[in-house]
Ligand binder design. Structure first.
Ligand code: GLN
Length: 484
């Protein structure tokens, strides 16, 4: 998709301005709070100015990057200088960051055209975007269903044709699960592959930025442009400027695909299991070899994640005190704010933070508190190490591991909002990947019919640390094999 549009811009078949306008028209037609609700802010003027600059270059015969002039959306948890960045929270309703996230700077340098900021669960905490303070994102296949989360706005915008691709962030599945629910490709890179500078932190040892796209090739193209070491993020890893799209050779003969024992699929809709089995068979037909791997600690991943993640959340959320950023207790209080500094903190946080965010702050504070630290946080860290070791052992035998992305397809809005634990179960297949830090790619592997609507099923390929090229190459073969 990106390559075709790039060729059109270079050949003069379409200008970057016309392209931006075309996508902005789709946003006008489909989005808004009554529509898809995928965008929280649309940056029309900035986008058109950027596109004009690309057209100037083309006119002068200058070489442009593959992403130049290509419209994209950025999840509203990624800081954009002077452009409202809310994290879908009332507490940042008025927040305009004084700087750009590193990924945004990198994309600006290559001439990518940002059309706006996409909706999400508040501070990326959730699996359906129903925790957004600005309303949930509708699934493009059925408006009564959720788009997944937390990068629901990014996924819906890509699938509805409002942007060519979008940036998301993934702490426990937030790129991959909405990609699965809406039917697009989502890549969570290896922890450290992409700079987190300017990503509003949820759980810093798990967060990673990545692309949601219409094809595996597009994901590779975007990754090549956002990856790399950054002095502003001490956890970003040295990676030598690879062009991942060059590794999509369509040759996977002899590659080993890890599949999990049958009991992992207990209690799953058999149609999801069938789609994953078929994906495995497709790879086999293309010369890959299937091999069973055990991830014995996978069953503990959800419990471990829901201790470590809130612990980090409780620490990261401390900065929202109503003084340094965003709204303060004086903005829209329901009663007069207290005078003391503590009352002001409390008022700001009580009024402007949503229920789920508060729940996680409390859970995290509890697990980190003296007396409970060893029982919860410390123990979870030790089991995290075992989960990491499971992947080390598995990757001694196989090149990638195949798994469903989510245990279900897009569910109805409201179906899980009253029971946070059922919502957390959505993350059962995604969180282990973040705990271990490995990269994973979700792509559509089939559909399933509910009430006359075909809903996408997502399959997940998990790669070895820093082997995005190997992962994408296998994903690219699978994507094409399934299309035939
Ligand atoms: N659904 C997960 C959660 O609620 C994942 C969130 C994320 O990856 N940002 O924590």
């Amino acid at each position: 998709m990106i390559k075709e549009l790039h060729d059109k811009i270079v050949n003069g078949e379409i200008t970057a301005v016309e392209l931006a306008q075309k996508y902005l028209d789709v946003i006008d037609e489909k989005d808004g709070p009554e529509g898809l609700n995928a965008f929280l802010t649309v940056t029309r003027e900035e986008a058109l100015a950027k596109a004009r600059a690309v057209d100037e270059k083309v006119k002068k015969g200058e070489k442009i990057d593959l992403l130049a002039g290509i419209p994209y959306g950025a999840k509203d948890v990624i800081c954009t200088k002077g452009i409202r960045t809310t994290a879908a929270s009332k507490i940042l309703d008025n927040y305009k960051p004084p700087y750009d996230a590193t990924v945004i700077t990198k994309l600006q340098k290559v001439g990518a055209v940002m059309l706006g900021k996409t909706n999400l669960d508040e501070f990326a905490m959730g699996a359906s975007t129903e925790n957004s303070a600005y309303g949930y994102v509708k699934n493009p296949h059925d408006p009564a269903r959720v788009a997944g989360g937390s990068s629901g706005g990014s996924a819906a915008a890509v699938v509805a044709g409002e942007v060519v691709w979008a940036l998301g962030s993934d702490t426990g599945g937030s790129i991959r699960q909405p990609a699965a629910f809406c039917g697009c490709v989502g890549l969570k890179p290896t922890y450290g592959r992409v700079s987190r500078h300017g990503l509003i932190a949820m759980a810093s040892s798990l967060d990673q930025i990545g692309p949601l796209t219409q094809s595996v090739e597009d994901a590779a193209i975007v990754l090549s442009r956002i990856a790399g070491q950054d002095k502003m993020d001490a956890t970003s890893a040295h990676s030598g400027g690879k062009l991942y799209e060059r590794y999509l050779t369509r040759d996977i003969v002899g590659k080993k695909i890890g599949v999990l024992p049958a009991e992992v699929y207990d209690n799953l809709d058999p149609r999801i299991t069938e789609s994953i089995t078929r994906a495995g068979e497709c790879l086999q037909e293309h010369g890959a070899v299937l091999e069973e791997v055990a991830l014995p600690h996978l069953k503990h991943a959800l419990s471990v994640y829901y201790i470590i993640m809130p612990s980090e959340v409780s620490s990261n959320m401390a900065r929202f005190d109503g003084i340094r950023y965003g709204m303060t207790a004086d903005d829209g209080v329901d009663n007069a704010p207290g005078d003391g500094i503590h009352e002001r903190y409390q008022d700001t946080r009580r009024i402007f933070l949503g229920e789920e965010v508060k729940r996680r702050i409390m859970l995290g504070t509890y697990s980190l508190s003296a007396g409970y630290y060893d029982q919860y946080y410390n123990k979870a860290q030790r089991v995290r190490r075992l989960i990491h070791q499971d992947f080390v052992d598995a990757f001694k035998k196989v090149d990638v591991i195949l798994l469903p992305t989510a245990p279900e397809v897009a569910f109805k809005a409201g179906a899980k909002t009253s029971d946070p634990l059922t919502m957390y179960l959505s993350d059962i297949f995604t969180v282990a990947i973040n705990l271990a830090g490995v990269p994973a790619l979700s792509l559509p592997v089939g559909t399933l019919e509910y009430d006359g609507t075909e809903l996408p099923i997502g399959g997940q390929l998990i790669g070895e640390w820093f082997d995005e090229e190997g992962l994408l190459a296998i994903g690219d073969v699978l994507e094409h094999a399934l299309k035939r």
